[in-house]
Design a protein. Sequence first.
Length: 200
Amino acid sequence: MHLHPERCGSLGGLKLPFFDNNRLAMDNESNKAQIIRRIRVWLALFIVGLVLSGLTAFPLERELRIVVSTSGCSQPSQPASALCVWLLRVRDALAVTNERYPFIAYGTDWLAFAHLTIAVAFIGPLRDPIRNKWVITFGLIACAGVIPLALIAGCIRGIPFYWRLIDCSFGVVGAIPLIICRRYVAKLEAAEKLPRPVLQ
């Protein structure tokens, strides 16, 4: 069989017929599509977490009342644990603040808005992971910043240490899907450098 030079490719010094080289390129396209799907799944999970965090920052007093009632902390017959004491204290503080100083809750409204706005920013890498990979890096920096903020500011504000650890866990858990996405983006960039299939 006579092979035309323009229809041959090389791989590690080995000459490949055109259809073999083209098949490798097609496999690469399939691999890229799979990587993009995985990136979008992890980013969608991260976006949902941000949206839920934002929405639940609005009705804080109502949510805390539900947590207190369902956890049994509102029953005076039971010995109060350290967690129950803290939850009851926060519930009472929110109730008094919302009744006498409702404008203070305006701050947590902006907190909720910030979460929703950041979630919108991640639509960028959801659509084009390579061009908008800086958004993923930004998210990782934000997740890392959660830990010193929770430990330092929480100490200053009198937040119990175990609760500060819970706050720190949000940064750790949030970083997991972003780290996975960063690795997939690196694989996608490498795949983009390979030749594309030639249509005949």
